[in-house]
Design a protein around this ligand. Sequence first.
Ligand code: FES
Length: 101
Amino acid sequence: MAFTRIISQAHLPTTNEVRDFPCNGKMICIANVWGKLSAMDNECLHQGGSLGQGMVEDGKIVCPWHAWKWDPKTGVAVDHPDQKLKTYPIKVEDGEVFIDI
Ligand code: FES
């Protein structure tokens, strides 16, 4: 495990919001679904939309470009189960947010 700081806790998305942040040279999508945090690769596997610019709907991250839905826990596209984004363990410690990237 190699947890890396990505943001401070104060910058986390609020309940049922999603945002993207740079970490280790790439963009990471962090979602807050009813207080449950998740981290996954930010680039939609359909055509490269930025998932952190999308929204949370029914517990899924919705791509802002063509509305593919992604499961924040597994990284799998809901209607395209063969498409899977990498997910990362995430934790909050002493006011800072870390992901295992
Ligand atoms: S780029 Fe994400 S749904 Fe098309």
